[in-house]
Design a protein around this ligand. Sequence first.
Ligand code: FES
Ligand code: FE
Length: 424
Amino acid sequence: MQDHQTSPVPQCPDLQSLIQIDKVHGSIYTDPQIYAQELRQIWQRTWVYVGHESEIPEPNDFIMKSIGPEPILMTRDRDGQIHLLHNRCPHRGNRVCDEHRGNARTFTCNYHGWSFGNDGNLRGYPFPSGYPDDKRKELGLGKVPRVASYRGFVFGSLAEDGPSLEEHLGGARAALDNLCDTSPEGEVEITAGFLQHKVMANWKFVLENETDGYHPAFTHASIFEVADSQIGSLYVDGSTAVTRYFGNGHAEVDLRPEFRKRDEPMSWFGTSAERLPDYTARMQAAYGAERARQIMIDGTPHIMIFPNLFIAEIQMFVIQPLSVDETVQHVTALQFKGAPDLNRRLRQQTMGSVGPAGFLLADDAEMYERSHAGVQDKSPEWVYLGRGTHRERTDENGYKIGEVTDEVPSRGMWQYYRALMEAV
Ligand code: FES
Ligand code: FE
């Protein structure tokens, strides 16, 4: 029989030794204790992207989202205010809502019939004489304590205090601004619906891969060839594109230097202004010819906003860990308000690249799963992140940058990750 008094208390691994500047230990992707600590220290503390305002445009709209593995109900109340609510009845813990989305003033728990407003407050319960006093003020749905949005992107933090969303986003805000400028009305719309891709791999393989500029030329060689795409040529030695680490875990692959060299509006999207006459006219009317031309040359960002929002030029991915070795990527085509002809092409390209028969995400998924299986082999024990250390430099804004194939983003993320994991 096990002696509980003398059995060792599990110690959390020493992150100081597992995360070094140019390498991390393989166990950091596979250790369930580390995953449990990530839930507490990262997913339940920092700002996490939840959803977009355009997904619940009308009063009383709601949609089911998540923070880490936990479902979170994003609602808009009758006054237009957005709430993030836990989907857990305060009575006996039942899930209160099992619809993915809809429009409702109230949510009624189907176990004993308690009903909640879409602001989370308890509205009423059957047979109230069973309680000696009114419980409506004291029992409601759990509310995510901090909710904030930036340019329509809604984030939640399960911590009562901490840096503001704007502070957290820091340099990544400019990328979201640039993204919104792609719309003649300055707004992104998340209206194309999501596909979900599940992989048997740790979420951090996904996180790191999003700004890994080293892999596309190899992992994605087949789709670039089949689609006769110029994208592969951006991710090679000698490309003027750069990797950039913004701090707070956020990083990007900045492809603008290459697109500016090409100097052709919409080449980032593999097309031309002439093929999108309606969009071009609307952009010129909104921003003036010169600014419109620049926006259309630069294209949209390729940025990973820590820990779960990836803007990938034409798509948006939301990373959701389900367990230490299961991760879902929710993916949708970006849509820009007032740009119907561009939006149609964005949906078509998204279906071709990350849809059910698309090559792009399937290629990445294969790499995530093979890496997750591989790191369980302990020889060698480390994952090496030293690419480009000797040529890493600082840009005019003080951000670390490197060549497009360099591992600047991963190195930055790991140092931030360690700081979050060790914070008291
Ligand atoms: Fe929800 Fe009882 S568990 S009303
Ligand atoms: Fe990829």
